[in-house]
Design a protein around this ligand. Structure first.
Ligand code: FES
Ligand SMILES: [Fe+2]
Length: 350
């Protein structure tokens, strides 16, 4: 049996904790010498930053006798020091010294979670069997865009469900009010990466032109389930925005949903409104950024009621007009480690 077939079985449910890279914290939440306590994919962890600035994620409980590092622990140089007996651990989770100057036991080793910090975000790799990362996130940084503003929610859902939004063409008009969503580039699946491009129309009331509809092209770069970058281009106005979608499982059905918004630096403000020509471009970019961020929070929030209360139906009763939902689901199944194990062992055939 293949993964694509396995997800069609009536009792298939998305994994509680899919594998991959997920945003575990924002860089600014963990300054040098600080320790942050988080639950990530069902596990209690600590995120700390050494004096030289390196961020690391270790299991929260000290391998010596189980104290929680974040409750009374400290950062000492490049190590985290446990509050209970003063054992120190480096960013690889190795015990560098005991509290008594004796030789540490080889068992005094903590799991060091793979970390990748970029663009002000600390990404952490989750795999239930601690298998090393099999892909990397490309944040596509560009001088043409501002930095990201980021908003975080805590909610009930799952990354496999929220990421499905990007191919759920039917909901773009119904939930978000876009008109005539259509495909520009078809769905491209490449290992853990998914790319697709749509066009759709939005009413111009966001710039005080409610009688006009503007074509917006959206290109989605989904990288695993924990990171998506969506570039939106309103061609007529010469405005580009970038949007991040970063769901991160906490425990059970709880997850963080972090969203980010950046805008392309405005080059020709007259295209938006002739009067804007008199203002400095940097000011217009700033205002656009603020407004685009507000609008983006509003748009994503429109999905919340559905996400938080829906069930995952297998198989769904799809109709013409739906997007490539089943292709997406077959792709997303690669992040369901248990299902992969069962398929590889042919257990799904029984
Ligand atoms: S429990 Fe951490 S040093 Fe003893
Ligand atoms: Fe949506």
């Amino acid at each position: 049996m293949t993964l694509a077939k396995a997800i069609l079985k009536q009792d298939y449910q998305v994994p509680t904790f899919p594998t991959g890279w997920f945003a575990i914290a924002l860089s600014k939440e963990v300054k040098k010498g600080e320790i942050l306590s988080r639950t990530f994919s069902g596990k209690d962890v600590v995120i700390f930053r050494t004096e030289s600035g390196k961020a690391a994620v270790l299991d929260a409980y000290c391998p010596h006798m189980g104290a929680h590092f974040a409750h009374g622990g400290s950062v000492e140089g490049e190590d985290i020091k446990c509050p209970f007996h003063g054992f120190c651990f480096n960013t690889d989770g190795e015990c560098t010294k005991t509290g008594y100057g004796t030789k540490p036991s080889p068992r005094a080793k903590s799991y060091s979670w793979p970390v990748d910090e970029k663009m002000g975000i600390i990404f952490c790799w989750y795999h239930p069997e601690q298998i090393a990362p099999t892909y990397h996130i490309d944040t596509m940084e560009s001088d043409e865009f501002t930095d990201y503003k980021i908003h975080t929610w805590e909610m009930i859902s799952n990354p496999t469900e929220t990421a499905e939004n990007s191919v759920d063409v039917g909901h773009f008009s119904h939930i978000h009010g876009y008109k005539d969503p259509h495909s520009i580039n078809p769905l491209k699946l490449d290992g853990p990466f998914l790319n697709v491009k749509y066009g759709m129309y939005r009413n111009g009331d966001f710039i005080g032109k409610p009688k006009k509809n503007f074509l917006i092209e959206f290109e989605i770069f989904q990288q695993g389930l924990g990171f998506a970058l969506v570039e939106a281009h309103t061609i007529e106005l010469g405005v580009k925005t970038r949007h991040l979608v970063m769901p991160t499982t906490i425990a059970g059905k709880e997850m963080y949903l972090r969203i980010g918004c950046a805008v392309g630096k405005i080059k020709d403000p007259g295209k938006i409104m002739p009067i804007l020509k008199i203002l400095p471009k940097s000011l217009i970019t700033k205002i656009m950024h603020r407004e685009a961020f507000k609008g983006y929070i509003h748009d994503v929030y429109q999905d919340f009621k559905v996400w938080q209360n829906k069930i995952y139906l297998t198989p769904p009763a799809l109709s013409k007009g739906d997007g490539p939902i089943m292709q997406y689901r077959a792709w997303a199944a690669q992040f369901d480690y248990e299902l992969n194990q069962r398929v590889n062992a042919n257990i799904e055939d029984n």
